[in-house]
Design a protein around this ligand. Sequence first.
Ligand code: IMP
Length: 465
Amino acid sequence: MAELNSNLPPKELLEHIARSCANALSVAGCSILLLNSKKTHLLHVSSHGLGDWYLRKGFIEADKSLPEMLRGEVVEVTDAGQDLRLQFREMAEQAGIASILSVPLQQNGETFGALRVYSRNRRIFSRRDKEFAARMADLSALVLRQIQSVELTTKPSPENQELKPLELKKLVTFAHPSEEQFARLLDFYDIKWLYEPRSFPLQWQDNRIGEMFTPDFYLPELNLYVELTTLKQSLMREKNQKIRHLKELYPEVEFKLLTRKDYSNLLAKYGCGPLAGAKAEGVARVLFGDAQIEEKVRELGKRISDDYASHSLLLVGVLKGVFCFMADLMRHISIPVAVDFLGISYYADASSGVSITRDLDQSIKGKNVLMVEDIVDTGMTLNYILNYLRTRDPASLKVCALLDKRVRRLVQVPLDYVGFEIGDEFVVGYGLDYQGEYRNLPFIGVLKPTTSVPQTERETKKDSE
Ligand code: IMP
């Protein structure tokens, strides 16, 4: 245990505890699990001796997986295949696990996780076994609290003084820098994520899993899995096959693949990634001319006027891209409307979260609000803004977007009025910019493709599997 005094990072300390615990008790495996913030699910954060597949078998529901644990009790399972208190009995049996001992991780009498040991032989754990496991759980709790205390000293607000769920992300080791960057982007838009929490078996051989697929991210609030790949298109065949297979076997699973091109385009929008700063060479073609735009805006204005007839309405736009659309739309709305604008910060590599750079001038409490957007792409911006506005109790909140780039959607946001649906192309004009330029074009045009993604980015081993 000398390592525990060293300056090892918490993740390694936890791995060391899990290994030492399994070895000392002569069991096949040991795992340290944490409860999520709502205390509904448990996640393995560090383990020894357990297969990848068992660790990522699915979401462990806290009230179904040895529920006594939540009450801070030590729980013993002698026959894992038969014990009804276990959520994944069949999988435990397949993984050759016969008995399990679970001891709680606690702080101030509150349970925030568990340490579990897994034995291949049926075993009645002795009093000494339990005491030892409890000491290891205390050590794990100590290490985990250290991570938390760093949190407490950096954010000393009153609500942080009480027990808070630990930041799982501090224990994540990303396989590729692009994944870490993507996690930062999600953090920026306040979208919760879990890294590789679940593996999907794709092929079985003699009752054993021959092949499986582990998407990089799961976004629990959106119930969406995201796979990010930095592979060149030419190397994508095998991965595409796996993804097809995944969709066939698990049609209920919401899944989104971000290819190397998608991801570079996404980052370029924020001035990051391989395409950052690439100079655009003008407009390749006109997508919607001024007459077409005018007709569409008139149509939207009429629908909105009909739908809100005899109601008051406040139009809210997000600066700056929306100013042309807003100016025209409001002039085609025949009922009285008020207008207000929000300004928000955009993602830049090091920033910590969206901030409101210009707030609304008026209260929206009890008002009918229509968010007016120039373009909805991944939906992350709109999702953030809608969540923000909802906290201010409007009577109703709807969205009107001139352009809907639906193919790139990550967060499903409700759009009540849409002008045009467009493909995966970067468009400019009629208020929309590229690096601050082109906003003044009277039409909406597709930007000429910028320099292609450099091929020098190293592919990871994980990606080439
Ligand atoms: P989202 O958060 O990915 O939906 O991005 C929305 C914001 O990205 C918009 O309000 C625009 O500022 C910007 N954006 C997305 N696609 C384009 C485009 O094709 N041209 C110009 N700006 C875009």
